[in-house]
Design a binder for this molecule. Structure first.
Ligand code: SAH
Length: 225
């Protein structure tokens, strides 16, 4: 009985992660406006079905956010691709700080494209699970930390890029300060009447803001859990 069940589970996961299913996701991302070939290649390669519960694996290559427990979600593939593309456009970044590790999927996507990724998560159970997952998948250029991401990670600052995967009311000041000159931050900002994705670039004179598009993210919360 046990063997039969395992067999069925594997078949389901196998079909759910087949090359055809991943190709279809990439086609959907292209239709939605993702044009960066490196980002598309990585979106097809990183095994998203291993970043969600087994029960949800058959939905892993649909373009949807999925629950990962603790009231949090793994971001929608389009949003992961969009934020990664916005961050890496025109040659940025060797080092990236991510706030909100969650499942670790966005971390793995970034780690496939840049030299080193630092990621901070405030929910202990999610941090531990992501740590184990990324280790098993052999992402060696990743360092994870359990803590309040609004404080950044001063020991490794400055960063060429910072990516925040939860929405704040304003740009967290300590994070802006940990951005290298010429570096950029991509983050959802809650402006009361809805959230918008923003790209912030640190210039010699201050920070330049670009509004990218309306988005929906879970809130950036204070402290740890
Ligand atoms: N990139 C993740 C997104 C997870 S959702 C993924 O695709 O799986 C956003 C995450 O941000 C949640 O895991 C939440 O716990 C975390 N988060 C919220 N506020 C935070 C804070 N102040 N510091 C660190 N992580 C935070």
């Amino acid at each position: 009985m046990t063997t039969a069940n395992t067999g069925i589970a594997q078949t389901t996961a196998g079909a759910a992660s087949s090359p055809r299913v991943r190709e279809r996701l990439v086609e959907r991302l292209i239709d939605a406006g993702i044009g960066d070939a490196r980002v598309l290649e990585v979106m097809a390669r990183v095994p998203r079905h291993l970043f969600v519960d087994e029960a949800l694996a058959s939905h892993a290559y649909e373009d949807a956010a999925l629950p990962i427990g603790h009231g949090q979600t793994i971001s929608q593939p389009y949003m992961v691709a969009r934020m990664t593309q916005a961050l890496l456009q025109s040659g940025c970044c060797a080092t990236v700080l991510e706030i909100g590790t969650g499942s670790g999927f966005q971390t793995a996507v970034l780690a496939s494209l840049v030299r080193r990724v630092y990621s901070v998560e405030r929910v202990s159970a999610l941090w531990q699970r992501a740590e184990q997952r990324l280790r098993e998948l052999r992402y060696r250029n990743v360092r994870l930390r359990y803590g309040d991401g609004a404080l950044g990670w001063p020991e490794y600052a400055p960063f060429d890029g910072i990516l925040i995967t939860a929405a704040a009311d304003g740009v967290p000041r300590l994070l802006a300060e940990q951005l290298a000159p010429g570096g950029r931050m991509v983050l959802p900002l809650d402006r009361g009447k809805g959230q918008v994705l923003v790209r912030l670039t640190r210039t010699n004179f201050g920070y330049r803001h670009e509004l990218l598009e309306p988005v929906t993210f879970v809130p950036l919360l204070g402290g740890i859990a």
